[in-house]
Design a protein around this ligand. Structure first.
Ligand code: HEC
Length: 249
């Protein structure tokens, strides 16, 4: 092969390569893929668990979460409330009323505090601050009680609310902890709220998931009759599918 032939061949190869690269660049310009603003699709439930916003949130079983709530963490969360509230016994009213003993107390009744008319209305309908009432109020004060003077955005995270309510309860709270409700506990553990479930609820879930059909009937006998229907069918059905695909031999 003469030098000249080699040059020709090499030149041709190079030119072809260049042409390919050039074409790709060109076609990329012409057939530009549309830009995706939001990849994938939004899973509403996951978002609700994250943001804890107005979206549906799993119910909290106070009898289950309060005994294991982190009171120290609740005290840390209470730093957000301290600019307006004192929680010690005999503490003075500030921008907000003293909160000693507020758990289980009549709303809007702390001596010497001038409550808003919104809070007064609420107090007319609400005999005592229950755990759930406090939870709803602290999550979004302005949305819960129209016209409240509590200009606080609210605590979005369920754990923060659980812990701060446990802390408030430790400061003169008069409301007993309710008995755990396995039906609510089962629901809330599905929703991502940390719910160390009772002995019954703890066994019902894995049992139904592993054994499939036999426990599907067993789960109707579970204490949670209300939740037993839908949750019993869900894992039970998927366990059936699993065992079908897992037994090809
Ligand atoms: C910007 C000031 C401010 C902050 C911050 C604030 N609050 Fe309040 N809070 C108020 C005011 C003012 C009221 C009285 C509301 C009314 O009269 O409408 C109130 C009322 C309350 C009540 C009802 C008291 C009663 O006597 O019925 C509770 C419970 C409460 N706040 C808890 C909290 C918690 C818990 C936090 C922190 C997570 C917090 N607040 C943060 C100002 C505040």
């Amino acid at each position: 092969m003469s030098d000249l032939t080699f040059n020709k061949v090499a030149g041709a190869v190079l030119a072809t390569g260049l042409a390919i690269v050039g074409l790709r660049e060109l076609s990329a310009g012409v057939f530009a893929p549309p830009e995706i603003e939001k990849p994938g699709y939004l899973v509403e439930v996951a978002e609700a668990a994250d943001a804890g916003g107005a979206a549906v949130e799993a119910p909290i079983d106070w009898g289950t979460v309060l005994p294991t709530a982190d009171v120290a963490a609740g005290e840390a969360v209470f730093a957000k409330c301290k600019s307006c509230h004192v929680v010690d016994q005999g503490g003075a009213n500030g921008t907000g009323p003293g909160l000693f003993g507020v758990v289980g107390a009549k709303p809007g009744a702390h001596p010497g505090f001038g409550y808003s008319s919104g809070m007064a209305d609420f107090a007319g309908k609400t005999p005592v601050w229950t755990y759930e009432q406090l939870n709803i109020f602290i999550k979004a004060p302005q949305k819960t009680i129209g016209g409240t003077k509590m200009t606080f955005v609210g605590l979005k995270k369920p754990e923060d609310r659980i812990n701060v309510i446990a802390y408030l309860r430790s400061k003169g709270g008069s409301l007993p902890v309710p008995a755990p409700d396995p039906a609510v506990a089962a629901q809330s553990s599905e929703g991502g709220v940390p719910a160390p479930s009772g002995p019954d609820a703890g066994q019902a879930a894995p049992g139904a998931a592993e054994a499939g059909k036999p426990t599907a009937t067993g789960s109707t006998a579970a204490p949670a009759v209300g939740a037993g229907g839908p949750t019993g069918q869900g894992p039970g059905a998927s366990a059936e599918v699993k065992s079908k695909t897992a037994n090809p031999n």
